[in-house]
Design a protein around this ligand. Structure first.
Ligand code: ATP
Ligand code: MG
Length: 753
């Protein structure tokens, strides 16, 4: 390296330099984790700007997340100065697609100020269309259709391009018709969904040569990070844009392809060499991230996958510490142990910011969040909501709150029509008016309005059933253990069924979260104590700048690195996931293994893998088998440790069961400490008392009728018009209406003529 070489080249190795300096023609960088692919891509961007090969607006750079885009901007900014401020085409596929589409919206029948629908809006729209098509939404759930439509869009298929087989996947061949109706409806609303951002652009680029040529000339250089996770639609879009200049550089790692469930096609790596003949293929082999034990452990696991493109990896970072594999007793102990390790790390001068806990599924964060709150350790959840802030958890909590505390109006409002009970906006507005007029809680207003004609018979029936259910659950609270109560409420209210009907990956994640919520309740003596805990957890007083440990899924950790990484829940059925095991296919198992590879390679210096001997499932202790991926870790690169606090002999008994895999699958007998506590009948006495008090206080509110109304008086009612008061009973009136005949109404809703 010469002394006057530009700053962005300093420290790069030979193949990285090649990736940076080969600016003309197609380039594919195919390399393992931590080899500096993203670093090379960033330097390449800096190089193009520094040497004035292109203006910032002439480079299209695609990253996988918004965070990655921000980081790349910052890094290039440090390397070449302020020019990056104007990097309009650096971002995710979605962000770039949206920006482009706004400029040409009219070509697909939209206006440039179109709205981008979120998943909820999308589902609501599809529900309407399914109903309009005379289909039973129970049989043909909107979520399922949404999943299919997303899949088609990921493949770059418009409604016209579907074949009979595609259409057959929904409502006996009506998939295409509904997809078309959905697209028409979106257009009428001047809206599109995420999939449309690229799909519409594809349509435009294919149909309008002038637009295509305009972009082909504009983008002198195209760069793509995490290329192994692009889907077909993204690939087709890139191919069109790059066709003229052919200056496209993609970096990726086939071993890190972890989004096939969202339509990503690792085959795009192979297609690249076919579609861009003569592409320079560059391999990076030096890993700069991890020490050699960590790297070897990861390589040992991924070696079990067949059909890899294959690559060698080495590191100069020294051997470092071996990967720790720690067996612990159960879930709560796992969280405790991780908390202890992190506290020790901080006492030793370490920072929270360089530590992460990686989970396979979102619901696993709960145990750690609870523990960290308890010991006052700041954490952040990346790529998702905190457990108690998730929609389904808030809904479930609302059910529990309304049972525990009848005057909780916010809870009532949240779930009175979730799942849909046929309560219209009008009925709910009435309820609100009444509650406000009489100064009573909504639950009580609901009870009072029931035997009147204020709301339609349909709404009356729905509300009656709901109130009846709530009353019954309150009674059940006197006798049932509260986790069991919660489970019954979620079942009987139809809430669980609502998500089950949706048959989507997302919905099954929500169901897992609901199970986890019930599991969490088992750790508290009473429903009241649990709800108290939740409200404290919600009140998080860490500021944005405070250092925090990161808790996230492995998927969200892609491309990131941390000094210390805790990889938790490495048990069969957790990781690899039960879904992957049930599907049974080699493909899903190999994708899980790639996830394991991604997970281990996030660590710079220390990787700790944990597996629990017991997990609580539906209130039953179940003994678990360590993940097969633990068995695939090469022995010379790991240290194993079994840590047990309490129940040592049981642990041993359990461990010896492992010789016989069938014995260890058998359900446990409820011997964990938390379960015993939950099963002690005496411990529930506090909650029913509180419920009864709350009920009594609610009933004593506002029972008196209006003193300004008397028999024979002429009054006016918004819905029924004029009438004469025939009977008065507390705050209910029987009125002979001039048009509507005799009706029973609430006194709050009449005015004196
Ligand atoms: P992943 O596959 O996980 O996305 P990657 O290949 O993109 O990894 P980077 O994140 O770019 O790898 O780099 C990994 C680490 O190595 C970073 O901390 C980066 O700063 C460092 N690094 C990259 N190249 C070099 C180099 N030539 N010399 C020293 N450190 C480097
Ligand atoms: Mg990277």
């Amino acid at each position: 390296p010469s002394p006057d070489e530009p700053p962005y080249l300093r420290g790069l190795n030979a193949p990285q330099r090649e990736a940076v300096l080969t600016t003309e023609g197609p380039v594919l960088v195919l390399a393992g984790a931590g080899t500096g692919k993203t670093a090379a891509l960033t330097a390449r961007l800096a190089h193009l700007l520094y040497t004035r090969k292109a203006w910032p607006s002439e480079i299209l750079s695609v990253t996988f997340t918004n965070k990655a885009a921000r980081e790349m901007k910052e890094r290039v900014g440090r390397l070449v100065g302020d020019v990056v401020e104007g990097m309009p085409w650096l971002g995710t596929f979605h962000a770039i697609g949206a920006k482009m589409l706004r400029r040409h919206a009219e070509l697909v029948g939209l206006q440039s100020n179109f709205t981008i629908l979120d998943t909820d809006d999308q589902i609501r729209l599809l529900k309407q269309l399914i109903a309009a098509a005379d289909l039973d939404e129970k049989r043909w759930p909107a979520r399922q259709l949404a999943g299919l439509i997303d899949g088609w869009k990921n493949k770059g298929l418009t409604p016209d391009m579907l074949d009979a087989g595609d259409s057959e996947l929904f409502a006996n061949g009506r998939g295409q018709e509904l997809y078309r109706a959905y697209q028409d409806r979106l257009r009428a609303l001047n809206a599109c969904d995420f999939g449309d951002l690229l799909l519409h652009m594809l349509t435009i680029l294919k149909a309008h040569r002038d637009v295509l040529e305009q972009y082909q000339q504009r983008f002198k250089y195209i760069m793509v990070d995490e290329y192994q996770d692009t889907n077909s639609s993204q690939y087709l879009w890139l191919r069109l844009l790059a066709q003229a200049s052919k200056n496209i550089c993609c970096v990726g790692d086939d071993d890190q392809s972890i989004y096939s469930w969202r339509g990503a096609q690792v085959e795009n790596i192979l297609k690249f060499e076919r579609d861009f003949p003569g592409a320079a293929v560059i391999r990076l082999e030096q890993n700069y991230r991890s020490t050699s034990h960590i790297l070897a452990a990861a390589s040992g696991v991924i070696a079990n996958n067949a059909g890899r493109l294959g690559k060698t990896l080495f590191t100069d970072a020294g051997s470092g510490e071996k990967v720790e594999v720690i067996g612990i007793w159960d879930g709560p102990e796992e969280a405790r142990r991780v908390g202890d390790e992190i506290e020790a790390h901080v006492r030793g001068g370490g920072s929270l910011d360089d530590t992460a806990i990686l989970v396979r599924a979102q619901h696993q964060t709960r145990e750690f969040e609870d523990r960290f709150i308890a010991i006052g350790l700041n954490y952040r959840i990346v790529g998702g909501f905190r457990f108690y802030e998730r929609q389904e958890i808030r809904d479930a909590l609302a059910y529990l709150r309304i049972v525990h505390q009848p005057a909780d109006d916010l809870a009532f409002e949240r779930i009175v029509n979730v799942p849909k009970r046929g309560l219209g906006d009008k009925a709910l507005a009435k309820l609100h008016m009444l509650a406000r007029a009489q100064g009573i809680p909504l639950t009580l207003a609901a009870a009072r309005i029931l035997d009147t004609d204020e709301i339609t018979p349909q709404a009356r029936r729905a509300l009656g059933n709901f109130i009846g259910d709530v009353a019954r659950w309150r009674d059940m609270a006197n006798t049932l253990p509260h986790p069991e109560l919660a489970r019954q409420i979620l079942d009987e209210s139809g809430y669980t069924a609502m998500w089950q009907a949706e048959r989507s990956v997302e919905a099954s994640g929500r169901l897992e979260n609901l199970n986890e919520l019930v599991r969490a309740m088992e750790e508290y003596e009473t429903l009241g104590a649990f709800l108290e805990h939740v409200s404290l957890v919600m009140d998080n007083d860490a500021t944005a700048e405070d250092p925090k440990v990161t808790v996230m899924t492995i998927h969200a950790a892609k491309g990131l690195e941390f000094d210390t990484v805790f990889l938790v829940g490495w048990e069969e059925g957790v990781f690899p996931s039960q879904r992957a095991l049930d599907e049974g296919g080699l493909a899903s198992l190999e994708e899980e293994r790639r996830l394991a590879y991604v997970a281990i390679t996030r660590a710079r210096r220390r990787a700790v893998i944990m597996h629990a001997a017991n997990r609580r499932i539906y209130g039953q202790w179940t003994s678990s088998i360590p993940s097969r991926f633990i068995g695939e870790l090469p022995g010379e690169h790991i240290v194993e440790q079994n840590s047990m606090s309490g129940g040592e002999s049981l642990w041993r008994a359990n461990w010896s069961e492992r010789a016989d895999p069938f014995a260890s699958i058998a359900r446990g007998t409820g011997r964990g400490p938390g379960w015993q506590r939950a099963a002690t009948a005496g411990s529930f006495s506090a909650s029913p008392k509180r419920v009864t008090e709350a009920r009594a206080s609610a009933v004593s509110l506002g029972n008196k009728g209006r003193s300004d109304i008397s028999l024979g008086m002429r009054v006016f009612h918004q819905k029924f018009g004029y009438g004469t008061v025939a009977e008065i009973e507390g705050n209910k009136l029987e009125i002979d209406f001039e048009q509507a005949g005799r009706k029973r109404v609430m006194d709050s809703f009449v005015t004196i003529d």
